[in-house]
Design a protein around this ligand. Structure first.
Ligand code: CIR
Length: 262
């Protein structure tokens, strides 16, 4: 239960500089106004579960800073501040550190200048921490994370983010203690053997990035077949507009750090 029950989340308001955010393919400028509305709906959904949700001020200097997930890994015992692999995002991690220090007794850091790792590549399940090697996360970053979390007896398993996919969690999400929502292309790699896997519907790959947050599965709006599958499987689904973050390759997980400090 520790992998999907949370007392806290940290979010950051989108900034006007979001129009300069990173994206694999340019599908047009995101609307800041609409993104702010979607962001407010997202925060309301998290708060509806009883969690405390911190809303940090927008950071104009960092266009992608609304995607706070990439700056840290939050575990019950402590947090580990990342070293994002995107040069324009590296500075976001240091800005997040004091906010984690305010809520946690122990905050560790990825320090080696050769290490790169982003939170979007990390899926924490009930039994292990899967980390996808990607264009943003390298072997040194994964090894350094494994050494840090070994202090708290957490085990890291290195896996691979599919080529051309931004982050490991772009293609998967934790639904409960034993169930993963995944695209077919990621699950085909065998990385979820031993878990129960629910596949997103064909053509709805863009909704694989959802979050289980307490009793809710928070998913992007506009993917009716996958939503129906999750409804029928007994999950309490809430849909949030994601049209603007999607233009920047962002989904539900990237908008928050979720944790229960012990
Ligand atoms: C980036 O390319 O870094 C941002 N535009 C999107 C980050 C999404 N983060 C995430 O899924 N954890």
């Amino acid at each position: 239960m520790r992998s999907f029950t949370f007392t806290h989340a940290i979010t950051r308001k989108p900034s006007a500089s979001i129009v300069a955010g990173l994206r694999a393919v340019d599908t047009g400028a995101p609307s800041l106004g609409l993104m702010i509305q979607h962001h407010a709906d997202y925060i309301a959904a998290l708060r509806s579960t009883g969690a405390t949700v911190v809303e940090l001020e927008a950071l104009e200097a960092f266009p992608d800073s609304v995607f706070v997930e990439d700056t840290a890994l939050c575990l019950p015992e402590g947090a580990v501040v990342m070293r994002p692999g995107a040069p324009s995002r590296l500075g976001e991690a240091a800005v997040m550190a004091p906010h984690l220090q305010a809520l946690y007794k122990t905050v560790l850091h990825i320090e080696n200048p050769d290490s790169f790792i982003e939170g979007g590549d990390i899926l924490t399940t009930e039994t292990e921490i899967l980390v996808g090697r990607s264009a943003r996360t390298n072997a040194s970053g994964i090894a350094e994370l494994a050494a840090r979390v070994a202090l708290w007896d957490h085990k890291v398993r290195e896996v691979f983010t599919p080529p051309g996919v931004l982050h490991f969690k772009t293609d998967c999400s934790l639904l409960d203690g034993e169930t993963i929502l995944s695209t077919e292309r990621l699950a085909a790699s065998g990385c979820f053997d031993g878990y129960r896997v629910i596949h997103v519907a064909e053509g709805e790959e863009a909704c694989a990035n959802t979050i289980r947050f307490n009793d809710l599965v928070v998913m992007p709006a506009g993917f009716p077949r996958t939503r129906d599958t999750l409804d029928q499987a007994g999950y309490k689904v809430v849909e949030i507009g994601n049209s603007e973050c999607a233009k920047l390759d962002g989904g539900m997980s990237c908008l928050s750090l979720r944790f229960s400090p012990s």
